[in-house]
Design a protein around this ligand. Sequence first.
Ligand code: UD1
Length: 363
Amino acid sequence: MRVMCVAAARPNFMKIAPIVAALDAGGHESILVHTGQHYDPAMSDVFFDELGLRAPDHHLGVGSGTHGEVTARVLVAFEQLLVDESPDLTVVVGDVNSTLACALASAKAGVPVAHVEAGLRSRDWAMPEEVNRVVVDRVSDLLFASSADAVVNLKDEGYRPDQVHLVGNVMIDTLRSNVERARERDVAARLGIEGRYGVVTLHRPSNVDDPDVFEPMIGALSEISADVPLIFPAHPRTVGRLAGLELPSTFVVVEPLGYLDMVGLLANAAIVLTDSGGIQEETSVLGVPCLTLRDNTERPITVDEGTNRVVGTRPEDIVLNAKLTLAEPPIPRCPALWDGRAAQRIVEVISAGLPTKRPTELP
Ligand code: UD1
């Protein structure tokens, strides 16, 4: 089968890498497409280098813009690529704007779509990714879920059982094959931090774009850093928001890190405070306590069967939960099937054949 594999933004690269490898090993022809939604070397190239992902077969170079602009540019460029390549299947991962655009272009062109990480729901329509997740699932033929709760969501929404496959977590495939060499990188020491430390990441528009939300959060994190020094690899979106804010010397802001440095930093952390979805999953597998600075999560499995606590964005809640968690860390647990073999299961399903479209039975 000729399979379009879409990569686009930082969290996609580690998800698509094991799928491309498993497709190639399974005798399929993968066509790797980078939409260019993320383009800074630290947000893109470093992942290709470190994950051994080959250079994309096509780079659409769409760059940044509003949601509409990015989605539209990818939609137009990917539609043409479908004409040029006439693939048998498009595989999209995650929930970024490029995921939506490529799924939509494929569905309109009559190319079957497989969505990896299907069925996650935050039920928060103010979150752009939630819109993307729901629409991508709706136009997909094959829905690959990483956890049992996602399967329940899809069944509740009326998807047919033959479309839905619980395969595990491809991001964890990549984590498991890289964690040992990542641990050796001694990132904290390189950044001048000795002993126990925590890690912060914040980039969601709902947290960083409004100073009335962002600045009190930074105040809470500064307070926590008096107990445990915090390292904050800041996303480009967040860097601008930090300008002019006074931070204590125990709260260290650094450039975005490459994959291995980030995994190494997380693996050896005492606590992680984040609004990222992927980091909730990675910390669960690493057994590192995670506080999610949001009011909801589309990944409740990381709370039920991992090390995550969803604590909201109020400064007093963040400080209190950090103290409680440092005093009594959760016992590490790992969700079922997050065992490093998700991509292999996906390719087994794909190799068995695509479901026939039966539009009258679709939800
Ligand atoms: C996107 C995803 C989000 C994911 C995040 C990971 C959507 C809706 N959001 O958010 O789900 O968690 O990626 O990073 O797709 N920028 C750079 N260099 C880059 C890329 C972006 O400087 O290489 C800056 C630009 O100013 C850009 C801004 O970051 O406008 C936001 O980028 P964008 O891709 O729109 O969204 P993210 O916040 O990165």
